[in-house]
Design a protein around this ligand. Structure first.
Ligand code: F6P
Length: 550
């Protein structure tokens, strides 16, 4: 179905049916839903690979789910899904295919863009990355002075940073602990300073990760890193080849920077930045965890790709998660979505999802450029759950906002945890289960009174409950499980973009700020008169110069 052939979302009969159903549902409480269906706790669950997904604590009934699936059919989610997997140019504003799924396709798969099978190229780059990773890990790759590499510094931003930085944290227990791996993204010089100040440049490899190789933050940091290295080593330009490699789609710019294109790991314009960490962008991660673990992670992604592509609607996990988000945004006016991992290793997981979700679905015009008059992507937020419990959970429990949340936990702690710490895992997970119970079922005034609480405190100690959550539980956090989780969220975001009829794969919204920053810089450094600078910004720039002593 063409985007322009679509009836507007909120004029579809399926939308009207959902609105009516929402009215009928009224204030129905999760307590009522569980009371009326004793099988709900086990029935409202799905299995995808190693992920057990429990949506019983969602404010939905069989009818809600059926109506949402009808909406998915009428908005042609499956047609668009098939077009994505086929390599059609569904990123229409940039005229690009959207093929991150090809990055984890098996060697024998055939996926064509403009009539050319891209899978052999994908595997050629993976093989080149593997060979390079092994050379670094074994000490065969040496720096300019002949010392083996001990430190890896990835310089990139957005999709060229968040993915590998997150996955490195997640898979710490799979990493070579004798390698130091750091990630620099911020153009604030403090970031690079803290990353390199205690490193021996002779043992340091910089990985410059940039799809375009024109991103000002990355090129500025890469240039400073090169200056630092050459100064510290008292070496000439020829040292660069041993200490700098590039991950990019832009060979010309890589060469211009002075990196030998033989040391460039390529990817393609059909990989969106925020969907790129399983491409060459994952090189720092591959060096840290080794090629076998990296490939295991890719298999995890692929498993969920296949699930999304083939599972029937009733059992399709990304479809379900996507539709639940549509439901709360449209009919409960939910503005945000919390992702709350109960694993310290997932500390950067939500930050990663913020780019994935908010850069994809933070849109306000449909695929034809018409303003939408329905909610699109939510604010995605969250930090590891136990810490959140002592900070912002109060608002989720007793505030005035609807905040659907995903709870992610694991049955087993990671393998190499100190033996004395293993027992803490049950306490961690006791909190995990307690929180979703409290959020769903709350505590009634009657229950509070029965505890002898004085009447004037009853309202304060009452928990209304009825806060929707999804629980995602897996046996343990392995490379494959990480791949499965990320693919689950990637396709969830896809489903929502399809229903909302927006282009989830462009990001024009970040451009204006970039252009203005370039224009404003001379005003800061030279006091130049910037035409078109508004009165507020002009005054702020003047104050900045005064405080900067200029
Ligand atoms: O912020 C916009 C953006 O283009 C992101 O989508 C991307 O991940 C990031 O900048 C970095 O871009 P590049 O990899 O080209 O340096």
């Amino acid at each position: 179905m063409n985007a322009s052939d679509r009836t507007r979302l909120n004029q579809m009969p399926e939308w009207a049916a959902l609105a009516k159903h929402r009215e009928q549902l009224g204030e129905t409480h999760l307590r009522d839903l569980f009371a009326s269906d004793p099988g709900r706790g086990t029935g409202y669950t799905l299995r995808v690979g190693d992920l057990h997904l429990d949506y019983s604590k969602q404010l939905v009934t069989d009818e809600t789910l059926a109506l949402l699936r009808e909406l998915a059919v009428s908005t042609d989610v499956f047609g668009l899904r098939d077009a994505m997997f086929r390599g059609d140019k569904i990123n229409t504003t940039e005229d690009r295919a959207v093929l991150h799924t090809a990055l984890r396709a098996p060697r024998e798969a055939v996926i064509e863009v403009d009539g050319q099978n891209v899978v052999p190229e994908v595997h050629a780059v993976l093989d080149k990355m593997s060979a390079f990773s092994e050379k670094v890990r074994s000490g065969e790759w040496t720096g300019h002075t002949g010392k083996p590499i001990k430190n890896i510094v990835n310089i990139g931003i957005g999709g060229s940073d968040l993915g590998p930085a997150m996955a490195y944290e997640v898979l710490r227990s799979f990493t070579r602990r004798d390698l130091t791996v750091r990630f620099v993204s911020n153009v604030d010089g403090a970031d690079l300073h803290e990353a390199v100040r205690d490193l021996d440049p002779a043992e340091t490899l910089f990985i410059i990760a940039s799809k375009t190789f024109t991103t000002i933050e990355t090129i500025t940091n890469a240039t400073s890193a090169r200056d630092w290295l050459l100064t510290e080593l008292r070496a000439g330009q020829d040292a660069v080849a041993k200490h700098f490699v590039a991950l990019s789609t832009n060979a010309e710019k890589v060469a211009e920077f002075g990196i030998d294109t033989a040391n460039m790991f390529e990817f393609w314009d059909w990989v969106g930045g925020r969907y790129s960490y399983d491409s060459a962008i994952g090189l720092s991660l591959m060096i840290a965890i080794g090629p076998d673990n990296f490939r295991e992670m890719l298999d995890g992604f692929h498993l969920v790709d296949e699930h999304f592509r083939t599972a029937p609607a009733e059992a399709n996990a990304p479809l379900l998660l996507g539709l639940l988000g549509v439901w709360y945004g449209a009919f409960f006016d939910a503005q945000s979505h919390a992702v709350l991992p109960y694993s310290h290793y997932l500390s950067k997981f939500t930050a990663y999802l913020q780019q994935l979700d908010m850069e994809s679905n933070g849109k306000s015009v449909d695929r034809d450029g018409n303003p939408v008059d329905w909610q699109t992507g939510p604010v995605v937020w969250g930090t590891p759950g136990t810490n959140g419990q002592h900070a912002y959970y109060q608002l989720i429990h007793q505030g005035t906002k609807v905040i659907p949340a995903d709870f992610i936990g694991f049955a087993k702690p990671v393998d190499d945890l100190l033996p004395g710490l293993v027992a803490q895992h049950d306490l961690l997970m006791a909190n995990f289960f307690a929180q979703t119970q409290a959020l769903a079922f709350g505590k009634t005034p009657e229950e509070v009174r029965a505890e002898g609480v004085p009447e004037e405190l009853v309202a304060h100690k009452t928990f209304q409950g009825n806060h929707p959550t999804t629980t995602i539980l897996a046996s343990e956090l392995t490379p494959s499980v990480l791949g499965q989780l990320i693919a689950l969220y990637e396709h969830k975001v896809f489903v929502q973009g399809a229903v909302w009829n927006i282009d989830s794969f462009d990001q024009w919204g970040v451009e204006l700020g970039k252009v203005l920053a370039k224009r404003v810089e001379p005003a800061l450094t030279e006091g130049a008169d910037v035409p078109g600078l508004d009165a507020s910004s002009k005054a702020l720039v003047a104050k900045y110069r005064e405080l900067r002593g200029r």
